[in-house]
Design a protein. Structure first.
Length: 87
């Protein structure tokens, strides 16, 4: 779609450019996006909004939480990515 008149990519905020969603600023921006999504869409206070990866991992995690709920599980990890799930 066409950009608004006067649009210039050089004016975009670059604070988060190249930063991980796990960094302090990344987590802050995700929290802001979630809060604003709830506000703009009028999501009730007792509902949760989540932002997940557009990947098999995100889909799998959402499916597991929705089907199994919070419960104790046994997991193992072999590399750094899996270690995050292990913690």
């Amino acid at each position: 779609c066409k950009k608004r008149p006067g649009y210039d990519v050089a004016t975009l905020d670059k604070q988060t450019l190249g930063r991980s969603h796990r960094s302090k600023i990344g987590k802050e921006r995700l929290a802001l996006a979630i809060d604003e999504t709830k506000r703009i869409l009028g999501v009730p206070d007792d509902y949760l909004v989540g932002i997940v990866p557009a990947s098999d991992t995100g889909a799998y995690e959402m499916a597991m939480w929705n089907m199994l709920g919070a419960r104790n599980i046994d997991i193992c990890h072999w590399e750094s990515f899996g270690k995050g799930w292990f913690a």
